[in-house]
Design a binder for this molecule. Sequence first.
Ligand code: SF4
Length: 296
Amino acid sequence: MGMKKSIKKCLFKISSGYTDLLYRRPYLDKEAKLRRSLEGELLHLDLVITECCSLKCRDCSNLMQYYQKPENLTSDEVINELKKLFSCLRVRELKVLGGEPFVNQKVLSDVLRFLTGDYSGYVDSINIITNGTILPSEDCLEAMISNPKAKVSFSNYGELSNRQDEFVELCKKNNIDYQVTDDSFYWLDFGRPIEYNESEDFVRRQYKYCYNRKNCNTLYRGRIYACPRQAHGIRLGLIPDSKDEFVDLFDPGYTDKDDLRRAIIGLVRRKEPVSACRYCLNCKYIHIKRGIQEKR
Ligand code: SF4
């Protein structure tokens, strides 16, 4: 274990809240200025390709455990959404996730191939976020190899990530960029998706310092949301569907590409919390054991 990780673990035993503040420093928003100045680019975007997951984490902050009948999205749906988005904006970092994206390998492969062709200039990097429980098929491996911008990020849930080592070997052997997150021994508890009776001040502060609204704006089923929790909470009917708090890419109300682009940039720079923040407790800095599994 590295020095930094050991210190972090010791501090964590004393105070998880201070450790989080010291290491995560949520009050620092290094990209704020850049986010405010970019008119034609998004810094980060999460692309959801499936609601299915190979794990069932009790405390998944994205609410995947609440899907009774999770579905894979289709290649047509996802690629149409990307084409619509790229008609007005490009993306620096595109994160591909689910659920678990390797549950839906056909769509993952199609997206990677789509982003090697005419549309390759619309993203700078592609980050595939996996829990390390599923190996890629030959076809999917080929698609990853063929896209030099693709990188695999292993969330590393210890013993639960039971195919991670084999997958890492595959990456090494095939020259695929990868990283293994090694500091996720705890999670922040975002709470169950129920309306909390927190003060207006708390909700505003929570949104202002939220990592997700800065780094995880989400493209899901044709809409861009502030964060994945909002996206899935609305889809599941657990969080109010407030029309002015997301951008529907296919809304005919956007008169042209510029109009759509302004709406998306407006959402990314939004200062007011979204309703979902009243159904979230991430700013309480309650830490919990990662990856506790629910019965299926
Ligand atoms: S609901 Fe609000 S506070 Fe919670 S993760 Fe999303 S943007 Fe952040």
